[in-house]
Structure formats: C-alpha cells, structure tokens
Design a binder for this molecule. Sequence first.
Ligand code: DQA
Length: 156
Amino acid sequence: MKLVVINGPNLNMLGIREPDQYGSESYEALIAMIRAHCRERGIQVEFFQSNHEGALVDRIQQAYFDRADAIVINPGAYTHTSIALLDALKAVNLPAAEVHISDVRAREDFRQISYIRPACCCTVAGHGLRGYLEAIDFLAEQMAGGKERAGNGEKR
Ligand code: DQA
C-alpha cells in the first residue's frame, strides 16, 4: 500500500500554535510517529505540507499520477472553504481519509462545514495526532478487503 499524508496551512506550526487545541508535539514528531506506524505495517508513506491551496491541489493530483493507493488529508482551515480541494479529491477518486487533530464539531460554527467530507471515506476528528494513525488503519483495513463499509464512516 502506497499512502500520501497531506497537511494544509499552519500544520507545520504544530507544537507552537495553540497547544490547547493541537497539543505540544511538533510536525516533525507527527511525521516520525506516522513513519514508524507505517513501517510496522509495511505501508509506503510520503508526506506533504503546504500553506497554499493550489500546492495542495497539485499534490492531490500528483498522488494519482504516482499511483498512490490512498490519501490521508488534514486540510487545516481549507477544510471549511475549499471547493478546489473537494474537486481535486473527486478528480483523483482515491480512497481518502479526513483528519482533524481537534474536535472541529465542538468548535466555532465556521468549522462545522467540511467541503472535502463528501469525497472522503472516513473522518477522524478530536483524537489528536493519534487520529492520523486511526485513519491509516481504517484505509489499510479497507484496502485489505473490508470495503463493505461504504460512505463516510465518522470516527470521533
Ligand atoms: C484542524 C481544524 C481546522 O478547523 C483548523 O483550521 C486547522 C486544524 C485540525 O486539525 O483540528 O488548521 O484541521
């Protein structure tokens, strides 16, 4: 299984930005944690982070041309604004898992909308950095044959 983990704006600031919301671990620590998790499971993983919407669209498209099997994406604030990211995910039509470190559903009204959710097979929100690992396991399980779980299997 070949996986791409895509993070949007301000996620490079993990550990510095709002630790009450996002914890004290850095982006580098997140990468190391995911890398170790994937290594144990024989999953090939690549990472991408950008503060720019178009760069995120480009990376989603690249996943298709690189023949990736699945995408894990935390689009940060673009979750709540970006039709372009939704369209990109629909265009590549790869299994995609939406991750939010914080529990967006317990936060401001403007965070209640996720434009990308209709293109994702699951959403993990409010589980901290561990949520990325849960999303990876969900996708790996689906790849392994448990594809009967259609639709957005929300996990909180
Ligand atoms: C976030 C939640 C978003 O609302 C916010 O804009 C982020 C991070 C999360 O991981 O909890 O940047 O996606």
